[in-house]
Design a protein around this ligand. Sequence first.
Ligand code: HEC
Length: 113
Amino acid sequence: MPRNDQTHYSEITKEVVRGKEIWEANNCMGCHSIMGEGGYYAPELTKVLDRRGEGYVKAVLMSPVPWAPRGRKMVAYKMSEADANAMVAYFQWIGKLDLNGFEHVVSPLAKQE
Ligand code: HEC
């Protein structure tokens, strides 16, 4: 175990890995950012579970129509419950990383909250 582990990698379960695979395969980063990395079209997602809660996040991912209450469209992925749960597991893990104080919201959309 690294001496300065800030990722609590021992909590990387199979579901977290699956969530990361879905994240990569669908180019979520083309529109969203995590820890400031990625696109700035859509909300920053590092702390999305703190802001929105699991139910809201799953509804967005499983929606059969593009989720767009604020005008810009989220892709309608129509995710299965298992895939949506894997994404939530990934966001849970990401949300608990030690961010070294990088907590500010960088997405103009997320700023409206
Ligand atoms: C084409 C751009 C685009 C892609 C690609 C995309 N999204 Fe989104 N997503 C959006 C936009 C825009 C919103 C905000 C919609 C609104 O609230 O009006 C959003 C909203 C969300 C939200 C809710 C965030 C919040 O703060 O309300 C989550 C969670 C989310 N997306 C996850 C994902 C995941 C996971 C992927 C990949 C599987 C993904 N998105 C891919 C554009 C995108």
